[in-house]
Design a binder for this molecule. Sequence first.
Ligand code: GAL
Length: 382
Amino acid sequence: MKREFRAPTPPMGWNSWNTFYDQIDEGLVRATADAMVEQGLRDAGYEYLIVDDCWALKERDTRGNLAPDPAKFPGGMAALADYVHARGLKLGLYACCGVRTCAGYPGSFEHEFEDAAQFARWGVDYLKYDNCYRPESIPSQALYRRMRMALDCSGREIALAACQWGTEDVHRWIRSTGAVSYRSTVDIQDSWASIERIALSQIENQCYAGPGCYNDMDMLVVGMNGRGVNPETCVGGCTPEEYRTHFALWAMLGAPLILGCDLRALDEETRALLTNPHLIAIDQDPACRSCQRISVYANPDAFVLAKPLWDGSCALGFFNFSDVAANVTLNFWELGLPAASGWGLSFVDCFSGEALGVKREFFAPTVPAHGGRVYRCAPARP
Ligand code: GAL
């Protein structure tokens, strides 16, 4: 069977879990599909609409198949997929490699091939595959490999997104399973502390990111503003500055951009952030090169991330994780551009789109507490 290259850049979409937990139904999914189109998110690159855990009945049907809960999805999954596809989007669904999903619904262990065939019949395009209630005797890599095989035999192109929380040295073997992404962290929460913790852990993991299989730092909490019914995720909310930093970090780190807020109620500021073309272009850069933390001599809370881009330019992110404003300094020699070369760097501010001209030798923007500034830069003569 012909295998396609399933994810030339990090997947982008929306997932129900962060905000809606088990309170999902087809009305929500349809309204979210409509919102993705109307708010310009689809045109900005978000394509997957992913229904997370709690969509199924608590038991398989008499033929042993997974069945959607008719109280939540009375029209069935195939009709939902048609609705989503008609809007130029793709449908994602959640399943689990153990005997139960994390929320206690039927798992796919020893049902992989029937379930994959069922997902294909429904028109599913993306499978988030979790790791709860797995028999201890079987390593999870065997089960991810098995589901990938089952999807390959299903007759439909379905991307496999592994959800393994960064355990069992997943970064060492996940690429060999054929997954397009792997959760490399614990679950995110709607708080600055959680964003900071996940980002810092993933900066060290950047050497494992690359084309075709991406470090998934979990769904974004941008725009949640403390709202939602998921008791694990909804722990207070972040400031607008913190949400901007969060989005900038996920883009710099080349993570999948899977939104987690209520898209039916987007304010203009959030919409503008989530569709920011400069930041999305950095995340979706065709070269998919990982970023590196530089300015090693600086304050560990105030640092620069540099990511080479396909066209010879680079993205520079100046981040301040401390609780007070700071000047975050980059000396260009640290990037390989000594003053004696006679070259400087042109700067375009990715938040405002403004061209700032050519800088020489160093750049040191003042970055507010928990803030980030991102620029697209290219070598230039001053
Ligand atoms: C967790 C996973 C979450 C969500 C949840 C559903 O394991 O990390 O993203 O999918 O299961 O029960």
